[in-house]
Design a protein around this ligand. Structure first.
Ligand code: GLV
Length: 314
């Protein structure tokens, strides 16, 4: 069987998978494959290890007549046409769990950076403006007296909530799939918007979460709130957020994901009240190695007719 890997991963797929597959590893180009490159690449593959930057569409799959298993190096599956995958009887596995702490930690890095104005303060230092301690320099939010609102209470949302509790924050959340043993209080989306000092987004991207944060929902938030997104860019209307940040200088945003990656709306990065990162939520050495290992192990299980442990239910 043939297995293709679209980007170089932090583990050596070639040697680990050689006993099971004829492995085709794309030489790392520092960019995702183009649609045409991908179309050509998937032609004879039985198994594909892909990235969240590989758009696996119905039309792409029509070129992959032999494909039986896709192992995506991501927890999110919004880059995959799930109906088309199901229709063709292709199995899908992803990498939940191993990136929970790395992503929750990055969300917290953004919460702390925004709430304590780190970008502005660091720029001030770099510009040589520091004249010594001043009582009112870059006053931020007292997190221990603030309310943390979580959107999406899956594994990552809950890990962020737990960290919030240890910072002394009151935690509340909005989720469409509540479970009993969850930290904090369940509230409506509008209540979450109006009463949270910090909101961190952890829901998947779907037709119902696209632009959940639009001009109107941003207006319902406190004018000095912090909004953090380490989930998927299109959950926020980026243009509306930019206007909101411009009109509300005490409102801060921490963004690790963008609507049309790698593009970012013109001028957004330069605003003092936003911190932008290049989609590094899961980027700890350990988490990325475990993500690679999950893909590799799932492909091995597939090849040996064993049950997939991280199969995504289609
Ligand atoms: C990262 O964004 C992932 O979905 O793994």
């Amino acid at each position: 069987m043939k297995l293709g890997v679209t980007r170089e991963l932090p583990l050596d797929c070639q040697s680990l998978l050689a006993p099971y597959f004829d492995v085709i590893q794309v030489e790392e180009k520092g960019r995702p494959m183009t649609v045409d490159e991908l179309k050509d690449f998937v032609k004879d593959l039985d198994v594909l290890i892909c990235q969240l930057t590989d758009a696996i569409s119905d039309s792409l799959l029509s070129h992959a007549k032999r494909l039986k298993h896709i192992a995506t190096f991501s927890v999110g599956v919004d880059h995959l046409d799930l109906n088309a995958i199901k229709k063709r009887g292709i199995r899908l596995s992803h990498t939940p769990g191993v990136l929970t702490d790395a992503t929750a930690n990055l969300a917290w890095a953004l919460i702390l950076s925004c709430s304590r104005r780190l970008k502005m303060a660091e720029t001030f230092m770099r510009e040589g403006k520091f004249n010594g301690f001043a009582p009112s320099l870059y006053l931020g939010l007292p997190l221990e007296r603030c309310t943390l609102g979580i959107v999406g209470m899956g594994k990552i949302g809950r890990a962020v909530a737990k960290r919030g509790e240890s910072f002394g924050m009151k935690v509340q959340y909005y989720t469409r799939t509540p479970s009993k043993d969850t930290e904090g209080k369940s509230v409506s989306f509008n209540e979450l918007l109006a009463t949270s000092d910090v909101i961190s987004i952890h829901c998947p991207l779907s037709s119902s979460t696209r632009h959940m944060f639009c001009r109107n929902s941003l207006k319902l938030m406190k004018s000095n709130a912090v909004l953090v997104n380490t989930a998927r860019g299109p959950i926020i209307d980026e243009k509306a957020l930019q206007e909101h940040l411009l009109g509300n200088p005490n409102f801060f945003a921490g963004l690790d994901v963008f609507e049309q990656e790698p593009k970012v709306v013109d001028g957004l990065i330069d605003l003092p009240n936003v911190i932008c990162l290049p989609h590094i939520g899961s980027a700890s050495q350990w988490a990325r190695e475990q993500m690679a290992n999950t893909c590799i192990q799932e492909a091995m299980r597939f090849a040996s007719n064993q049950k997939l442990l991280y199969e995504y239910t289609l």
